[in-house]
Design a protein around this ligand. Structure first.
Ligand SMILES: Nc1ncnc2c1ncn2[C@@H]1O[C@H](COP(=O)(O)OP(=O)(O)OP(=O)(O)O)[C@@H](O)[C@H]1O
Ligand SMILES: [Mg+2]
Length: 243
């Protein structure tokens, strides 16, 4: 059984159908990459999984049980945590307090343990615990945002475009943390525009285009023939694209 699945999920805003008929499984201990051009529905898909936008159709299954009707906080308590696009820290709070907030359900001792794990993962945070979030660099903000999500000790972490606007070296640092999360027993759903990065870490890959799935597989086709991905991005099926 998969850890988290979407079954024929549709969602949107007003008259707009942003994602339509999305069926995907997130396996335990694995990383699913979600890519696609701007406006493809990647963020909406994560929001539909977490309950930030309501489903218009379909189901979200957690270990086989439909949680698609549950509000976001109830889904979070099951073990789903999301790092939204744009990081969204509390700017007036320190790094430490931003992290602590992510673990507010846990005991003081658990929070301390998790804080140690987060600093092990992102050593750069160790030296800036008392700094105000408002003065952090983009890379530091992203680490705090990831750390805050991890403070809830999720079983499934959803991350929306962590590399956005960051220098390559910082992106390296963030991507180096991902295999560690899988080793710790987590599953990750990673939304990205940086396709090459995703291909390096993903066990499976979905490409969205105009709210629909245009590719679902292990991504090996694209590792072998990067040009084929361009065609899929434009909404062509893989066999058309290769022609
Ligand atoms: N809050 C909103 N209200 C209305 N329309 C929205 C809202 N959020 C997204 N949309 C629309 O829904 C569609 C899918 O957007 P979404 O943000 O899911 O795409 P995305 O793949 O994450 O894009 P990007 O790569 O630019 O982040 C787009 O047409 C977008 O304009
Ligand atoms: Mg997005």
């Amino acid at each position: 059984m998969s850890l988290l699945s979407s079954v024929a999920v549709s969602a949107g805003y007003g008259d707009l159908v942003a994602i339509d008929n999305i069926t995907i499984d997130v396996e335990e201990n694995s990383l699913l990459g979600v890519i696609g051009p701007n406006g493809a529905g990647k963020s909406t898909f994560l929001r539909a999984l977490t309950g930030v936008v309501p489903l218009r159709g379909g189901q979200v299954l957690w270990q086989g049980t439909d949680i698609g009707h549950l509000p976001a906080d109830a889904r979070a308590r099951k073990g789903i945590s999301m790092v939204q696009e744009g990081r969204r820290l509390f700017p007036s709070l320190t790094v430490r307090d931003n992290l602590e907030l992510g673990g507010f359900h846990a005991s003081r001792q658990e929070r301390a343990e998790r804080m140690t794990e987060v600093v092990d993962l992102f050593p750069a945070l160790g030296g800036i615990m008392d700094r105000s979030a408002s003065v952090l660099s983009g890379g530091e903000q992203q680490m705090v945002a990831l750390g805050r999500a991890l403070m809830a000790r999720p079983q499934c972490l959803l991350v929306d475009e962590p590399s956005l606007g960051l220098a390559p070296l910082i992106v390296d640092e963030i991507y180096e943390a991902l295999p560690t999360l899988i080793e710790r027993g987590m599953s990750v759903v990673l939304v990205e525009q940086e396709v090459d990065r995703v291909l390096e870490v993903a066990d499976s890959l979905v490409v969205l285009h105009e709210g629909r799935i245009v590719y679902l597989g292990d991504g090996s086709e694209f590792r072998e023939n990067p040009d084929s991905l361009a065609a899929v991005y434009l909404g062509h099926a893989l066999d058309e694209g290769a022609a």
